[in-house]
Design a protein around this ligand. Structure first.
Ligand code: GAP
Length: 453
């Protein structure tokens, strides 16, 4: 495990086109990544499952798609302009720029560099404040720049639209607003592949409740989101845990926060071979902080009229905030497996079938036999609109199976000479590698029965 496993996973992601470095042909950009054909499919499936679970299947949550570029005042109100900053220090020895809150404090003014181990005295190497937001200019002329910001969390678009949604849908508490979208942070601590990116995607719900119900809904959402990762995403229970934030650690807006952590296969300590528990999602009780702040700065009334109690107040909000990229990363790490089969290494991605880029792969046993190829292609064209399917005849059958194992395709179908006379094909299951003959007419039913949510 540990860093070797991470190296293998990163290598698979690049080799098979899951993830590429951003702007790679120009030397890349630090902590900016692109998703290739297969990665984009898995990422979309993760988002679709989340949206389906919380927006399409529930009456109490509404979807939103708000803009990435936001007015500066939004972040005056949210506190991001003031407080969303890291303190950085340059190690005098190895010159690495590091976050002071991430390294060991040795004594009152001394910290230990996590890179080279030397002592950093903060009276000598004065830490500098660095805001993490990305600023842009949206004016038509360079002479009168109009400052705007790329959102550092999708949440702010939800708060600024709270009144619009309330007035257009007439929802009663409790109700939620959900959105999936890009967020941007000028992260300084980088590394560990796609774990910490400057451009990433979030799936956030702001769930508005009566203040007296906040604690109850906080518990509900922690439980709901934890189970989502196991049941809908298929992560192993032993690689997930909950961790409550201490008072000192809480973000400026939060009354309480619990992280859902995943045991990623990387480690800041090389001897730690079991990987490192790191944040996958944060569930926070943000109280009435955001709506109160936006109400104050925008001078708009963001209160809710409670006709049950005949009172007017600012609702509390519970926020389950998940990262799409971190979920993707956890999915790949959880599914990655290496086995020895007949003396050779088999790399297999044991993805939950609903997340796999392809559910089915179709191969002709002999690519030079015209009638076999024709039948295999016919099966492919018949089934490809019913489930994600790929056709491949560019290698020998053993190699074709290995290719599909590596990208997590749960079923492979081989068409052979006998198929021409008995109308049957061989279907092979990814994890057990077991094979059986089934009728061509049964393929869809057979696979659909096994690929359940
Ligand atoms: N609205 C609350 C919020 O943004 P957060 O803990 O800063 O809270 C929520 O972020 C989630 O977004 C994290 O748990 C993580 O999954 C994802 N995330 C945050 N920063 C990220 C980054 N730099 N790269 C990738 N994902 C990130």
């Amino acid at each position: 495990m540990g860093n070797d496993r991470l190296t293998q996973i990163v290598s698979l992601c690049r080799r098979r086109g899951f993830v590429f470095g951003g702007s790679e042909i120009y030397g890349g950009l630090s902590s900016i990544w692109d998703y290739g054909p297969l990665g984009a499919k898995i990422k979309k499936r993760i988002k679709d499952i989340w949206w389906d679970t919380y927006v399409d299947k529930r009456e109490d949550i509404l979807g939103l798609d708000s803009a990435i570029i936001m007015n500066r005042e939004v972040f005056v109100a949210s506190g991001h302009l003031e407080g969303f900053a890291d303190y950085l220090v340059d190690c005098p020895q190895c010159k690495k720029r590091i976050r002071i809150d991430k390294i060991e404090k040795v004594s009152e003014n001394n910290y230990r560099c996590a890179e080279c181990g030397s002592l950093i005295n903060i009276l000598e190497s004065k830490p500098k404040r660095f805001n993490l937001m990305l600023k842009t200019n949206i004016s038509a002329s360079e002479d009168s720049p109009q400052e705007a910001y790329l959102r550092p969390e999708t949440a702010q678009g939800i708060f600024t639209n709270f009144l619009n949604v309330l007035n257009t849908t007439h929802k009663k508490l409790p109700f939620g607003i959900a959105q999936i979208g890009k967020a941007f942070r000028n992260e300084v601590t980088t590394g560990s592949f796609i774990f910490r990116m400057k451009e990433f995607e979030q799936m956030e719900i702001e769930y508005f409740v009566k203040p007296k119900d906040a604690d109850r809904y906080f518990d509900y959402w922690v439980n709901e989101r934890y189970n989502f990762y196991i049941e809908r995403i298929g992560l192993k229970k032993e690689n997930l845990r909950l961790r409550e934030h201490s008072k000192e650690e809480l973000a400026h807006y939060a009354k309480a926060c619990i992280d859902i952590e995943y045991r990623f296969p990387f480690s800041s300590r090389k001897e730690d071979s079991d990987g490192e528990w790191s944040e996958l999602e944060g569930i926070a009780n943000r109280g009435d902080f955001d709506l109160t702040q936006h109400s104050r700065v925008s001078k708009k009334d963001l209160t809710y009229f409670d006709d049950e109690d005949n009172t007017r107040y600012i609702p509390f909000v519970i926020e389950p905030s998940a990262g799409v990229d971190r979920t993707f990363f956890a999915v790949i790490c959880d599914a990655y497996d290496e086995e020895e089969v007949k003396g050779r290494k088999r790399v297999v991605l044991k993805l939950k079938p609903t997340l796999a880029p392809y559910t089915l792969a179709i191969f002709p046993l002999l690519k030079n036999n015209y009638t076999i190829v024709e039948l295999a292609k016919k099966i492919f064209y018949d089934i490809k609109n019913k489930m994600p399917t790929i056709y491949d005849d560019t290698a020998a059958i053993g190699k074709l199976y290995r290719r599909q194992d590596e990208i997590g395709t749960p079923f492979c179908i081989t068409v052979d000479v006998e198929s021409l006379s008995d109308g049957k094909v061989t279907i092979r299951e990814r994890d057990s590698m077991s094979q059986e003959r089934i009728s061509i007419y049964e393929i869809e039913k057979f696979v659909k029965e096994k690929v359940k949510d």
